[in-house]
Every structure is written in structure tokens, then in C-alpha cells.
Design a protein. Structure first.
Length: 146
């Protein structure tokens, strides 16, 4: 049944994007409706009632597409992997903490591959390279400063 309606559109010379624009819906909505066996009969009637896609209709749809405002670019959000104050939990004995002890990140030094994290736990503090940090600690998603 999905192909029946899509085939009807194609026989009339419509592409999915042009048909969606003509009907005032998104392409995704059109595909969703076509895939729904329990769709409203109104959709079948709308497709049946559509005229054949003529060059004039195609030109008017192109003009309509050109007039639509472009979406504003989304600002790039830079997320830091670690922040001072992030609460961490020990997942494996690390010398300064037993499993399930909670602490926090008190400092960062270096960057990328040479990044080291200063972890403060109840029994002490120590610098951990990134790989070793991930072996022994997990972030809780909390931060002491927020």
C-alpha cells in the first residue's frame, strides 16, 4: 500500500520533495503517512486530487523554495572533557582511594594526549594520565561549583 500512493505521485510526475512542498508538509511526514496502513482517507483523496506536475508548477515550487528563509546556523558548542570540580567515583582501587570512594578533580595540566588530571580523594590526591584516570575513575556528572 505504501508504494501505491508513491507510485500514484510518480505517475503524475511528482518527486517526493515537490509533493511535500505542494501539500505543505515535510518529506518525512509524507513518508510516515504513506507507510501507515491506518492513515486517514483524506491523504488518499489529497493525492488523487493533485494535478499532474507541470513545468509551471515546478517553477512556482522552485520560486517558493528560494523564498523560504534559510535556517540560522547553530553555534558550535565546545564541551570540555573534564572541568575542575567534576565529582568522580573510584571504580577500581587506585592507591589514594578504595572502590566506590568519591572525590573530585582539582586540577588539569597538559592537553590532548599528555593531559593529566589531579584527583582529590578522602585519603589523598594524585595526578593521573587520561588513560589511567579512565581505568580507575568515572565521572558522576556532578560538579562542585554548580
Amino acid at each position: 500500500m505504501t508504494n501505491y500512493i508513491a507510485d500514484k505521485l510518480r505517475l503524475k510526475g511528482w518527486s517526493m520533495s515537490s509533493a511535500a512542498l505542494y501539500l505543505g508538509v515535510s518529506r518525512q511526514r509524507l513518508y510516515t503517512v504513506f507507510a501507515d496502513p491506518g492513515r486517514a482517507r483524506l491523504w488518499d483523496c489529497a493525492i488523487e486530487g493533485m494535478p499532474a506536475c507541470t513545468p509551471e508548477i515546478s517553477q512556482s515550487l522552485q520560486a517558493l523554495r528560494a523564498r523560504r528563509p534559510k535556517a540560522a546556523p547553530r553555534p558550535v558548542v565546545h564541551v570540555e572533557e573534564f572541568e575542575v570540580g567534576d565529582v568522580v567515583m573510584c571504580t577500581k582501587h587506585a592507591g589514594i582511594a578504595q572502590e566506590d570512594d568519591e572525590g573530585h578533580i582539582a586540577g588539569l595540566r597538559g592537553s590532548n594526549a599528555s593531559l593529566e588530571i589531579l584527583v582529590v580523594m578522602p585519603d589523598g590526591q594524585d595526578w593521573f594520565p587520561r588513560a589511567l584516570f579512565y581505568d580507575h575513575f568515572a565521572s558522576t556528572g556532578l560538579n562542585l561549583h554548580r
